[in-house]
Design a protein around this ligand. Structure first.
Ligand code: SAH
Length: 242
């Protein structure tokens, strides 16, 4: 009896020791994520002069950004800034992800194409918002890593390794297209693959300098309306005809 009790106590203490730090780590990530959502919500509210789309905040609360950055960057995962993900690429600043997501208001029944999968974070946010997501990445190593990540974390996102300049004809047309690398011009194939009434969000401008985040609405089959939103800095869109 005494032996069994001691054994039980030993087991309990060992479990606490083993589970303790991991549990604490998970909790602190959750708290840090919540704090980040507050910061981003405030920034978005100031910028828009109105409340953020609820779906954006919900998605930000759900997606574990620390799972999308290299191990060495994990402790910075819930800071409001871009982080290196290898191969000279970056995971975008959470505010920019939130803003681009807010602009396209993703939801169930929507088909969205992303160019530049990178870490997969932006795609996961769109998927968490209920949209059907397709994403193209040009760096094979990143494209392969992100496929494993989506599978491990349970995101049903279709990915492809290739040049996103040309879009994804087989799944076109899309309700929205989000380009997360800086393009010198708006790729015509992407405009073609956008539905009438659809919207594209894309940073346009010279590589390695400041670009303009642009919102492009396809108002008719052969007509677009575009506006510049704010200066941003993205890694360059490679590939294309140039
Ligand atoms: N959306 C990403 C941001 C990644 S940075 C995230 O949430 O982490 C931009 C990515 O675009 C890089 O991974 C880069 O390799 C990729 N890229 C650049 N040019 C591309 C192209 N022509 N087609 C597809 N991906 C491209």
């Amino acid at each position: 009896m005494a032996h069994a009790a001691l054994h039980g106590l030993y087991w309990l203490m060992t479990s606490l020791l083993l589970l303790g730090p991991a549990q604490a780590d998970g909790d602190s990530m959750g708290e840090q994520r919540e704090a980040l959502v507050e910061v981003v919500a405030q920034q978005l509210k100031t910028w828009k002069d109105g409340p953020p789309e609820p779906v954006v905040l919900k998605a930000l609360r759900t997606v574990p950004r620390h799972e999308f950055v290299p191990r060495a960057q994990r402790r910075f995962a819930y800071q409001n800034r871009p982080l290196p993900i290898g191969y000279g690429q970056t995971i975008s600043q959470p505010f920019i992800v939130a803003l681009m997501t807010d602009l396209i208001k993703p939801g169930p029944g929507q088909k969205i194409l992303e160019i530049g999968t990178g870490s997969g974070y932006q795609a996961a946010i769109l998927s968490a918002a209920g949209a059907e997501v397709f994403s193209i990445e040009i760096v094979p190593e990143l494209g392969e890593a992100v496929e494993d990540r989506f599978e491990r974390l349970g995101y049903a996102i279709e990915t492809r390794i290739g040049d996103g300049y040309y879009g994804w004809e087989a799944h076109a047309p899309f309700d929205a297209i989000i380009v997360t690398a800086a393009a010198g011009h708006v790729p015509p194939p992407l405009v073609d693959q956008l539905k009438v009434g659809g919207r594209m969000v894309i940073p346009v401008g010279p590589p390695f300098l400041t670009q303009q985040l642009m919102v492009i609405d396809k108002t008719e089959a052969d007509r677009i309306r575009s506006r510049q939103l704010l200066p941003v800095r993205f890694v360059p869109l490679t590939g294309g005809p140039d």
